[in-house]
Design a protein. Sequence first.
Length: 373
Amino acid sequence: MPYQSDQESLRAYPRLTVNLAKLKSNISSIVRTCADAGIDVAGVVKGFNGLAPALGVYEEAGAAQIASSRLEHLRNVKEAGLAPETLLVRIAMLSEVPAVIRYADMSLESEPVVVEALEEEAARQGVSHGVILMADLGDLREGFWDKDEMVAFAARIEKEMPHIELLGIGTNLGCYGAICPDVPKMEELISIAERIEARIGRPLRYISGGATTSYPLVLNKEMPARINHLRIGEGILNNYDLPNLWGLDTAPLYADVFTLEAEVIEVKNKPTHPVGRIFVDCFGDTPVYEDRGIRRRALLGMGKLDYTLIDKLYPRTEGIELVGDSSDHMIIDVEDCKEDIRVGDVLTFDLAYPSVLYLSQDDYINIQYTDAV
Ligand SMILES: *Cc1c(COP(=O)(O)O)cnc(C)c1O
């Protein structure tokens, strides 16, 4: 990027580009694979802060719901007039109950006092609200631990809460406890659902078997037939864990829905070991530095404030090593790079889930959208 006196921009870079065509292709692919197994997909948009221009793609690609942990994203779905149902995936706060009823068609819940408040507010607003009760199967985040209490509460919703529609039950695995969703866990969930169905005398609409980490069971054709709902965020946005950690063939899924570009602001030969008495760095830590002699180093105009975790960024240019960073600078080693890196060059990065999460909520980032495949 040469200097141009006729262009004044406060933020050309860092630039985050969202490829809507690849996003849509990923959603369609997962929706189709799940549909073959009788499973509805809630597309979870919290991983990119529900960026409004990308929400419509979820409707076009056939997601049954657009889901998020943040009500702002669901409000944007409603204000854009999109047709999929909205699902709040973070169990509701008592303080947000009126907004939950207004913006979420359904929510995951685990606390009777909250569902009682939802019933009261839904009655006040003259609407019906869907609830999926969560069972904690050992991951130890949200959900009923006592399953007798869960079955009894489900029966109470059915009998005593005319404005709450008991849509089904669900579980979440692989978040806090790193518990792997497997067939026994899914069967445990189904057996709780069947106890509830026996109590209320009707089938539940949904048995929601989890998030991206439950998708491998669908790909491997092992998912028990009664699981008919998944809530998928990461698998759509960042096709990294499934092929790399799970060793799955996810061939049609794009890994580069998101691209980050950053500008080079300094290039010099410098020592690799700091010179002087080592005290603490800008975040109060005392790192250990390896002395590799004089090497070619460059600085990029972006930092921790933008992406938080340097080890979740992957440079697309070969031979570039990410050395360190502060709030607004990244130091890279370009000694082994075949390309001649110069001030004003723009380097591109692939991103993992945490980087997209942070970058997409950063006011300093130039966010762009493309349809090019
Ligand atoms: C975030 C979240 C999801 C989506 O998780 P991914 O790993 O991004 O697929 C699903 N369900 C709940 C309850 C969540 O909090």
